[in-house]
Design a protein around this ligand. Structure first.
Ligand code: PLP
Length: 385
């Protein structure tokens, strides 16, 4: 199911990863998987079609998805939350915009740990807030939280901290100590914390995901947590995300806004999320998928080191995304652009993740191994030309 994907089939997809570029371009950029989706999710969506059920989603269904979220957070992450503190949104990125809108004023500083998933920066810019960039520290090729740098970046008009954990693009899973250090900074400076935890299930080796609001009780009341089934179960186009408010006041601020302006989750989004989070067969699919991606992660690291020894990267601790340093490869500040032109390979564009991404690319490993091998061959052929 995972190993034998064919270019001809992928090329027929309407979703953006494979449809954006001409057919000779190998797509490893946006964070969609190429794999077939879990059978229970397919069956649930097929059932909707079989009974011609594309009407407005029922209230019970909405509550069931929120309850599935509550149950899953308790079972997997020992995070115990109330149904009333949760809400459904169409996407996590919408949640980033919502949370910034209700939690800050135009002109406020919003601190982010760089490099960072581009929509964080877009949300700050588009809503007229101010980017406060705190680079992550480095421990060799691994990125680490540097609480001193984080604190030093914050000024008196900084009101929000946007946290990405597990972290995109670096693939870090922050430890309890790192999260505690972040929480202490947030508490000292009275910051609202927006925690995007969408990659929380996609953990490699023995890394453990700690929900920020759980490990940081002192700031939990001013934390908005966002997640979805969409990264782990490859449902991004289905539009269903969950939000948890740390306090009734935060929730009331959202309710006061007219959520009709942003649309509601479709019936397909509801049933797919339910099937992903509650059907044991979906979990079996997930475990097999993650084991396969783990193999890709190791294969990619080994073959890149062999074929492009000037490159550097720390294997992701979570996610199916590799953040690769090509600064010594002679491809300039934007190697993704050069690789697109010369190798017909579409990768994540490093500088879009902030200035720390100059010379970097982000490579999507959620595909068949032969496609990963082809991507490495194309990078090597370009670098070694
Ligand atoms: C950290 C992070 N947040 C959010 C998203 C997108 O989530 P959504 O499609 O629900 O907006 C992604 C997608 O890759 C992501 O990496």
């Amino acid at each position: 199911m995972f190993d034998d994907l064919e270019f001809e089939v992928l090329a027929k997809k309407l979703s953006v990863k494979w449809s954006r570029d001409p057919d000779d371009v190998l797509a490893a950029w946006v964070a969609d998987m190429d794999f077939p989706i879990a059978p229970p999710i397919k069956a649930a969506m097929q059932n909707v079609l079989d009974i011609d059920d594309l009407g407005y989603p029922g209230y019970d269904l909405r509550d069931a998805v929120r309850q599935a979220f509550v149950d899953r957070m308790a079972a997997r992450y020992d995070w115990h939350i109330e149904l009333d503190d949760t809400w459904l949104l169409t996407t996590v990125v919408q949640g980033l915009h919502f949370a910034l809108t209700i939690g800050s004023q135009p002109g406020d500083g919003v601190v982010v740990q760089m490099p960072i998933y581009t929509p964080f920066l877009n949300a700050i810019d588009q809503l007229g807030r101010r980017r406060v960039e705190a680079p992550l520290g480095r421990d060799g090729d691994r990125y680490v939280v540097d609480a001193d740098v984080l604190e030093a970046a914050i000024d008196e008009t900084t009101t929000v901290l946007m946290l990405c954990n597990p972290h995109n693009p670096t693939g870090r899973v922050f430890t309890v100590d790192e999260l505690t250090a972040i929480a202490e900074v947030a508490e000292r400076h009275d910051l609202l914390v927006i925690a995007d935890e969408i990659h929380q299930d996609l953990l490699h080796d023995d890394h453990v995901h700690h929900v920020f609001a759980r490990v940081a009780p002192a700031v939990a009341a001013r934390t908005i947590t966002l997640t979805a089934a969409s990264k782990a179960f490859n449902l991004a186009g289905n539009r269903c995300a969950l939000v948890h408010f740390g306090s009734p006041e935060l929730r009331a601020k959202l309710e006061a806004m007219t959520h009709r302006m942003v649309g509601e989750v479709s019936i397909m989004g509801h049933v797919a999320t339910m099937a992903a989070w509650t059907d044991p067969e979906s979990q079996i699919w997930f475990d097999e998928m993650l084991a396969y991606v783990d193999g890709n992660r190791r294969f990619f690291a080994a073959s890149l080191a062999e074929q492009v020894p000037q490159s550097r990267h720390a294997m992701p601790e979570a996610t199916y995304l590799a953040w690769v340093d090509l600064t010594e490869c002679g491809l300039g500040d934007n190697p993704a652009e050069v690789l697109f032109d010369r190798a017909r390979l579409a990768l994540g564009v490093g500088p879009e993740y902030g200035s720390q991404g100059r010379g970097f690319v982000r490579m999507n490993l959620a595909t068949s191994r032969h496609i990963v091998a082809e991507a490495v061959d194309r990078i090597a052929a370009t670098v070694n030309a």
